[in-house]
Each structure stands twice: as C-alpha cells, then as structure tokens.
Design a protein around this ligand. Structure first.
Ligand code: FDP
Ligand code: ZN
Length: 343
C-alpha cells in the first residue's frame, strides 16, 4: 500500500475547505485513531476485554458487552482534543455536553453488531457529524440532511473506514504495518440494481404486507428475471459494506413484535449515517414510506425502519408501500409479471 494517499493527508486537504471543515476533519482523525485502538483490542482474543457481557444494559435495554463499554470510552477519550459541543452514543442515555461553543456535535454507535461478537463476527463503529444548532439541546434532532460527514469502520478480515464528507464516498483500509488508513477505493458507486437481499427472515410472520410481498416475490422469482441470493449477517456495518461493494438491498423493517413497531435500528447514529453514505454512493434509503434523511429525531435513541441499497430495488419496495395492493393482487400472476427487472 506504499504510495496510496493516507486518511491523514486526505482530511488535512479537506480541513481547509470551509468553516466547519476544520473541526469535522479533527473529529474524523480522532475517530479513526480510536478505531485503530478498538481494532487492536478486538483482535487480541486473549486479553481481558473479551466478548463477555457486563451486567449493564445500554440506553435501549440491550445487554452491554465489555467491548461496547471499551469502544465507547476509547472514542470519547480520542475526541477530548477535538472542539465538540456534544457527543451522543448508543451506550449512554443522554448526550455528553462538552464545549457548547464548538461548531460540531458527534453521534456514535461505538460497536455495532456487538450482540454477536462472541461468535467472532464482523462488527463496526458508526459515526455521524452534525453542525451545532443555536439551541444545543436540539443537536440530535436535526434532519439527516443536516449531516456534515458520516462514516463507519468495519472490523473484519481487514479494518476498513467508509467515509462521506457530502461529496461521494471513499473507502480507506488500515495498513497495520504503518498504523494508518490508506485510500483504497475512491468514489464508490452502488450498483443501480442487483439481485441480493438481506433481512432477518425469521420474522416473516410479523412483517407488514409490502415487505412480505417483496421478499416472497424475490423467493418466487417474480421480483426479477435474475434469481435472488440472500445474505443476513446480523451486523449492520457488514451488510452496508457488502451493499457498497456489490449492491442489493438490506431491510430492517417495522414488524408486529413487541417493541419493533419502528423496526430495530436507531435513527441518529445508525440509519442517518448509513442513509447519507448510501445516497452519496448513488443508492437509496427509506422507511418504505419516505426518505430516511428527511426525518428529524424526536428522541436520541428513536428507532426507524431502514430499507437501503440499490436504487431500483429500494424504489420497488417503496412502490409496494405507497401503492398498497390487495392481498390477491400481490399474489396474482399479473403482479408477478411486474418485476422491476422486467417492467
Ligand atoms: P446489534 O444489536 O448486535 O448491535 O445495531 C443493531 C443490530 O445489531 C444491527 O447491527 C443488526 O443488523 C441487527 O441489530 C441484528 O438484528 P437481529 O438480531 O434481528 O438479527
Ligand atoms: Zn448498532
């Protein structure tokens, strides 16, 4: 990876482009440094920080793992030298107020996918950077379109950092020898259409009719000429990385289980940053009824249905939500011939 541009050079150049750019660049630099530390802790399987659970629950009632708590601390510590007005995290009920006069606020999911960490699965860190509004208490109640930057780090066979500064998406890969991220993919574009879906299919009986119709169509072959493949990793960062790499669709819809009327994923530090990245790469992200980035949170840990990926496939699912068909139309041969690959 010798002559590749480093993340440090990349954000240094960006830092000179406008009033917000300097603190945004500093925050990205700090989060990237924290993620190198987290990646090291994670791969050190015999250390004290393991995949074991603490006896604590996070703000949303999920059991916290030792690594969740560790990742949260490492990121907060790294952000100490950055002018940040407030930090919101999946791991804390309320935002931490820092320097109220600072221009930016940061929301993080320190270790996404951690409920499966003990099976040695890919997990990640998600972040979203927003401008500080006049009323600081509304910092994390802005629409997703307000984001200045967003990204995520995937701790997989490689540690990769996906980043958008609002002008496309670039991917950096950790060069372990040199201890820094290097640009490995510039201007990522998500395929307009690709026959691969990801959903937790064990919840089928709880889904709403449009989601059930779409997935049943994929399985039956009526949603397109190509055969659909299926993947479900159970880790949002890994699913998002796959979609950026080879297209397809990811769905975590609302369903009828207790506590899932708005799906599972959190708007501020999961859906907003992912939607920003996916749109910047030419894809789409919706609740089924409307664009994720147009939603403003009313509470920090608010959940939202998230359907994202290749634009043509996502639009097909939106059509099914916005133009409801009767159950008999959904299963009729006519419907079966209106697949988005066939029209
Ligand atoms: P986790 O709770 O392990 O952090 O963030 C929520 C999330 O993981 C996503 O990463 C993942 O896509 C989803 O939950 C997994 O949900 P299921 O348990 O329904 O598979
Ligand atoms: Zn998460």
């Amino acid at each position: 990876m010798g002559s590749r541009q480093t993340l440090g050079d990349y954000i240094e150049r960006y830092s000179q482009t406008g009033p917000w750019a300097l603190p945004v660049a500093a925050a990205i630099d700090a989060i990237a440094a924290a993620s190198i530390d987290i990646a090291a802790s994670m791969s050190d399987g015999v250390s004290a920080i393991s995949g074991s659970s603490t006896s604590c629950k996070n703000a949303d009632g999920d059991i916290q793992k030792d690594l969740d708590v560790h990742a949260d601390r490492v990121i907060r510590r790294a952000l100490r030298c950055v002018p940040v007005a407030a930090i919101a995290s999946e791991e804390e009920r309320l935002p931490e107020i820092r320097d109220a006069s600072a221009r930016i606020c940061v929301a993080v999911d320190p270790l996404d996918g951690s409920s499966n960490i003990e099976i040695n699965m890919t997990v990640g860190t998600i972040f979203s950077i927003v401008p500080t509004p006049t009323d600081l208490s509304a910092a994390f109640q802005q629409k997703g379109t307000a984001q200045l930057a967003a990204g995520f780090v995937v701790y997989g066979p490689q540690t990769s950092l996906v980043l958008t500064l609002g002008d496309g998406v670039d991917i950096f890969t950790l060069d372990r020898g040199e201890g820094c991220f290097k640009l490995t993919c510039r201007g990522v574009r998500i395929a307009v259409s690709a026959p691969e879906y990801a959903i937790n299919a064990s919840n089928r009986r709880y889904w709403e009719p449009p989601v059930r119709a779409f997935i049943d169509g994929c399985i039956a072959g009526s949603e397109g000429a190509a055969n659909f493949n299926m993947r479900w990793i159970g880790s949002l960062v890994a699913e998002a990385y796959r979609i950026l790499t080879r297209g397809g669709i990811f769905l975590y819809p609302a369903d009828a289980r207790d506590g899932y009327s708005e799906g599972r994923l959190r708007l501020v530090y999961e859906a907003h940053p992912m939607a920003f990245i996916v749109e910047q790469a030419g894809g789409a992200a919706t609740t089924g009824y409307g664009r994720i980035l147009d939603i403003a949170a009313t509470s920090l840990h608010q959940r939202v249905p998230l359907i994202m990926g290749s634009i043509d496939v996502v639009q097909r699912v939106e059509e099914l939500h916005n133009n409801p068909q009767t159950p008999s139309q959904l299963t009729s041969p006519l419907f079966a011939h209106r697949g988005f690959f066939r029209v």
